[in-house]
Structures are given as structure tokens and as C-alpha cells.
Design a protein around this ligand. Structure first.
Ligand SMILES: Nc1ncnc2c1ncn2[C@@H]1O[C@H](COP(=O)(O)OP(=O)(O)OP(=O)(O)O)[C@@H](O)[C@H]1O
Length: 259
């Protein structure tokens, strides 16, 4: 897979997420030991790390699903830890989550799955507008023909696309992708990587992509950071992150390309 052509439209004067000194422990197990992180407007930032290093904990804290023990977590100009539940709900509407399992409702058609967030959060919208937006996001993910299908009739890659369409429907400013290529074959993974880049360009989103798939990291990351032992040890362009004598980083790279 080709390396990412860095998005020329990144605005490095505007941070959509800014984290300083973030710490999080569960009982006496310190998962995040003082993490600093900035996400710039229009940027795709990949967070790499082995299983259990705290990548999911990080995005749960960003979205207010978990409380930090220490540190500042600023998202779209708001300090997440200080928000009321109502303010947090409003902030979350600006964040699109693409979950590992796509989180579709199996008993609803694709159209109904996409309609669901609009019915909940854009109650005043006319049916014609809803229909137009549903068709627009389906076209954006390349699945216009699936509108009346059930999720069970779709492949893993197609379900992932519908999951992404459902997050796009509320026009998020930030996208959080949790292991977007997990469980997908290599060709479908490449298609999802392309889609992540298309979403970035077309919807002008800023994204955090958490993954341990180096092909994905290389294909979608304008910048890559590596979470190791509770801190970001390396950051930069994909090639720079792995241009190191650090055995832990080299082991991660070699393991990924073992097969
Ligand atoms: N609510 C919780 N209570 C207790 N421990 C937790 C909780 N959430 C996460 N952990 C622990 O924090 C550590 C980091 O978990 P996390 O899910 O963030 O890992 P990850 O890097 O996303 O890994 P994976 O790639 O496997 O999803 C793990 O050891 C996990 O057991």
C-alpha cells in the first residue's frame, strides 16, 4: 500500500483536540501515564499500539465516556472533564464514532439504520431532506444499492461502510475510528483505508484512527504516534516513527509484517 499523500488542507494553527498530561489508571494499573496529543484541523492522526496499551481508553476519554484521573482534554474548544451531561451530549454530536463491530441494528434495514440518528437528533427535518441526506451518505461510501438491505445480508466491509455512513449523517467535525480494518481481508482493508481518506477530503473532517495495522497506518495517517507503556514514544510521518533503534518499536514493525 502506498504511503499517504499528506493532506495539503491541514490547518496547523487550529487544534481540534488538545491533550496535556493525561493520566488514567484502573485500580493500581496505570494505563495512560501522562499523554500529550494535538489533532489539527483536517488531519488524520493514527494512534498505533499493541493490544491493551490504552488506545480505546484514550478515545473513550476524548468522547467523555470515561473520566481522566489527571490532565486536560480539550475537544473543539471545550474542556471535556468540566462539561455538564447536556453539554457533553452536544459535543458528542460533533464526533463520529466508527466502532470495531460497526454497531448496526440488525433488525433494521440500511435506510432505517441511517435514519435513526436523524430521527433522534434532527427532529425538525422533513422526510424529503432525510431521504436526500441518506442517499448522499450512501453514495459517499459507495453503497447506494444497499439502501433496502438488512445488515445481515452485507459483508464485513460493507457493514463497516454503512457504519461510517451512519456517523457521517450528522456531519461530524471529528471522526474517531476504532480499529477500522480489524477482521477484514487485505483487499477490503485497502478499500476501507481509501474510504477513510475520501471522508477526510470530502467532509473536511479531522480524525483519530486507532489501529495496530501498519498498512492502514501508512495509508491513512498524515501523522502517526505510537503508544508504548502508557506514553507516546514516537511521533511523525510513518517512516520517521519506525526509523529508530528502539527495540520495542522495531519489534512492533517486524511482527506486523511477519506474514
Ligand atoms: N473499564 C475498565 N476497567 C478496568 N480496566 C480497564 C477498563 N477499560 C480498559 N481497561 C484496561 O486498560 C487497558 C487498556 O485497554 P484498551 O481497551 O484501551 O486497550 P487497547 O489499546 O485499545 O487494546 P485493543 O487493541 O486490544 O482494543 C487494558 O489492560 C484493559 O484491561
Amino acid at each position: 500500500m502506498e504511503a499517504k499523500e499528506i493532506n495539503p488542507n491541514i490547518d496547523r494553527t487550529e487544534k481540534v483536540i488538545s491533550i496535556r498530561g493525561l493520566k488514567k489508571a484502573f485500580d493500581d494499573f496505570e494505563v495512560l501515564k501522562g499523554v500529550d496529543l494535538d489533532l489539527y484541523k483536517g488531519e488524520n492522526l493514527v494512534v498505533l499500539g499493541r493490544s491493551g496499551t490504552g488506545k480505546s481508553v484514550l478515545i473513550k476519554i476524548i468522547s467523555g465516556l470515561l473520566q481522566a484521573d489527571e490532565g486536560q482534554v480539550n475537544v473543539l474548544g471545550r474542556e471535556v472533564g468540566n462539561l455538564t451531561p447536556k453539554e457533553l451530549d452536544a459535543l458528542r454530536l460533533k464526533i463520529g464514532f466508527s466502532f470495531q463491530n460497526s454497531a448496526l441494528y440488525d433488525s433494521m434495514t440500511v435506510r432505517e439504520n441511517l435514519e435513526f440518528p436523524l430521527v433522534r437528533h434532527a427532529k425538525e427535518m422533513t422526510e424529503a431532506d432525510r431521504d436526500r441526506i441518506i442517499r448522499f451518505v450512501l453514495e459517499a461510501v459507495g453503497l447506494s444499492q444497499a439502501i433496502n438491505q438488512m445488515p445481515s445480508e452485507l459483508s464485513g466491509g460493507q457493514r463497516k461502510r454503512i457504519g461510517i455512513a451512519r456517523t457521517l449523517i450528522l456531519k461530524p467535525e471529528i471522526m474517531l475510528y476504532d480499529e477500522p480494518t480489524a477482521g477484514l481481508d487485505p483487499i477490503t482493508s485497502i478499500e476501507i483505508n481509501k474510504l477513510i481518506n475520501e471522508v477526510q477530503r470530502r467532509f473536511n473532517t479531522s480524525s483519530i484512527i486507532i489501529t495496530h495495522d501498519l498498512t492502514c497506518a501508512r495509508a491513512v495517517g498524515d501523522r502517526v504516534v505510537m503508544l508504548l507503556e502508557g506514553q507516546f514514544q514516537r511521533q511523525g510521518k510513518f517512516e520517521d516513527v519506525f526509523d529508530t533503534k528502539d527495540e520495542r518499536v522495531k519489534a512492533f514493525y517486524n511482527y506486523n509484517f511477519i506474514d
